[in-house]
Design a protein around this ligand. Sequence first.
Ligand SMILES: *Cc1c(COP(=O)(O)O)cnc(C)c1O
Length: 382
Amino acid sequence: MPIEPRTIVETSGPPAAEAGGVLTIDLAAIAANWRALSERAAPAECGAVVKADGYGLGLEPVARTLRAAGCRTFFVAQLAEGRRLRMHDRESAIYVLNGLLPGTAAAYAAHDLRPVLGSVAEVNEWIAFRASADWRGGAAMHVDTGMNRLGLTFREAAALAERDVAVRAGVDLLMSHFAVSEDAAHPLNARQMGLFRDLRALYPGLRASLANSSGIFLGPDAHHDLVRPGVALYGANPTPGHANPMRACVRLEARVVQVRAVTEGDTVGYGAAWTARRPSRIAVVAAGYADGFLRSAGATDRRREGADATVAGRRCLVAGRISMDLLAIDVTDCDEGVPRRGDLVTLIDDDIGIDQVADRAGTIAYEILTSLGRRYARVYRK
Ligand SMILES: *Cc1c(COP(=O)(O)O)cnc(C)c1O
């Protein structure tokens, strides 16, 4: 369906007619997803995780949209991302999840960013900086409850609680992170929630945040004061195995460079890995793994079901390996003369969702989103 020009708010990248593909990002859907998560989490506050360039969809347009929807607390992974976000948003609270790298405390203060302190060493460095620079800005303290990635151990957090360290470090948020919240029945969820409750008791009065996207769907016991959704904002299903409650936000179309005929027994693409089982028509389109269309979504004789594409309303399959800049689609079942050189075929939309693309590529929607290429014509619509 063509996009009404009045709904386009921003474009970037090459002109659509010259680009190998057109990536359309539906900002209204991102806002609607935030509002839906916000309602589900209420009375807890709903923040937003916009790390990795807003999960690949563009930090500035995504954050601007979320701010307009009512979001006031943002999480990024790295200091540079926080600095970039701060240039466009002078008011929101911005937490940096990867924490404090040695010697960077002054940069946090300069941009009014809040480190998520993930070890005793980071807590001590932040306290020393705050004292020497007379900085009053806040920070989060991340305590591990079972992920074993970042965070103080429970014992360390308990020991610091006795020394009133949270006040000296300006900690305004107690945080932990689920390891397996997308699997609601996994026993680790209950264990993490129990540990986090105990942890809160050691820090009475401190705001607390535990839930990512899927964690929000574990129910009110997971919500605490602030939830931190990322991937669900961008349309991925936070409840695998159940209907996706989120709206799709991404549409990817790629340009047909040429259509060629192959005879039965011919192979298509690198590795000669896919053999035509009948006289076939193959559409070669200008998107490849360098555009984030992962090579693992290709098809071979052993595994015929690679990624799907929609060509003039008909579902087709990728044929053969995905190249760096191109991929091939078996369009034999399309009407005669369809598609034509220059047409767009659809690789991701409401029907071919990011979770399905991920599944065919043997990965997760997070990786599909954050891999979306930089060579597409990008169209932001409201
Ligand atoms: C990335 C991240 C999130 C967001 O997770 P989603 O599963 O994308 O909702 C929340 N908290 C932390 C600590 C993270 O690293």
